[in-house]
Design a binder for this molecule. Structure first.
Ligand code: HEM
Length: 292
């Protein structure tokens, strides 16, 4: 990417973070949701006249920040038209919000092209869709392996939950009805359950809770400390305690020898390589929500 375009995008993201810091979580998550469905091809950004594209699938309804992607795109099209794909913008913005929240920097590989297909059914396909919040460790490992990502990538990228928020509905079964008998999740710290119940009444669909309470606006390694103390918010976070390799990483990341920041950049590059379109495949969209 030409340098002035790079500077433009960078100053724009700093501006966004100043006025809407709460978009850092959704914008990091957007790259994950893009890459895991049809590869990192910007398919999550496409609109559909009948609301049948990926962004209308339940796990994507809580994504936000599409207008930020559109605005970065507009600025880049003005500076150098037809060069930077929407898929690349999502990847670059994910890196920039990580840096803006005091997380690590990594060099983003670019050159992705934008796909033309986006289907509401794909994110929720039980075998090949996004891993659900209730995924077991085996399902999580499978879901990552299907995309060429290993167990280390899984535990490292889950560390993305060091920023941002979750709707109560993504974890309230752990508080109220874990096995359908009005019980709680035995793998969660009971004191934490009590605190979360004050925030989330049963059936609450709208309230948000911090994934990493105390520092949900800061990209740091406290996520691993919480998960190790059985205070991971999502079942998929707690599941990382159920495998020797992921558990060892959790423990190591709470020590001075933590390599999380360096690892996160490496795993984000790995994730950014999933199913990339190159050459004459796809296109470089002019407007990220529309095919050319
Ligand atoms: C390992 C499998 C994963 C599962 C099951 C999962 C699931 C979830 C769920 C259920 C939420 C809350 C959504 C809501 O209720 O609003 C969430 C939020 C979030 N996820 Fe993940 N996630 C996973 C991996 C990742 C990865 C790989 C990243 C990025 C590297 C990521 C970044 C985020 C961020 C930043 C948020 C906060 C979003 C916000 O503030 O709106 N997640 N995730």
């Amino acid at each position: 990417m030409r340098n002035h375009a790079h500077m433009l995008k960078r100053s724009y993201i700093n501006e966004v973070m100043a006025v809407a810091p709460s978009l850092s979580g959704p914008l990091l998550r957007m790259h994950f949701h893009d890459c895991f469905i049809r590869g990192c091809d910007g398919s999550v950004l496409l609109d559909s006249p009948t609301n049948q594209s990926e962004k209308f699938a339940p796990p994507n309804l809580s994504l936000r920040g599409f207008n930020i992607i559109d605005r970065v795109k507009l600025a880049l099209e003005n500076a150098c038209p037809g060069v930077v794909s929407c898929a690349d913008i999502v990847a670059l913005v994910a890196r920039d919000v990580t840096v803006a929240t005091k997380g690590p920097f990594w060099e983003v590989e670019t050159g992705r092209r934008d796909g033309n297909v986006s289907l509401i059914s794909e994110p929720i396909n039980p075998a090949t869709g996004l891993p659900p919040f209730f995924a077991s460790i085996n399902l999580l490992k499978q879901s990552f392996a299907l995309r060429g990502l290993n167990t280390k990538d899984l535990v490292v990228l889950s560390g993305g939950h060091t920023i941002g928020m979750s709707h109560c509905s993504s974890f309230d079964s752990r508080l109220y009805n874990f096995t359908g008998k009005g019980d709680t999740d035995p793998s969660m710290d009971p004191n934490y359950i009590a605190r979360l119940k004050l925030k989330c009444k049963q059936g609450d669909q709208t309230t948000l809770a911090e994934l990493d309470p105390g520092s949900f606006k800061t990209f740091d390694d406290s996520y691993y400390r919480l998960v190790t103390k059985r205070r991971g918010l999502l079942q998929s976070d707690a599941a990382l305690l159920n495998d020797p390799e992921t558990r060892a990483y959790l423990v190591q990341s709470t020590s001075h020898g933590s390599t999380f920041f360096k690892d996160f950049g490496v795993s984000m590059v790995n994730m950014g390589r999933i199913g990339v379109l190159t050459g004459s495949q796809g296109e470089v969209r002019t407007i990220c929500s529309k095919r050319n």
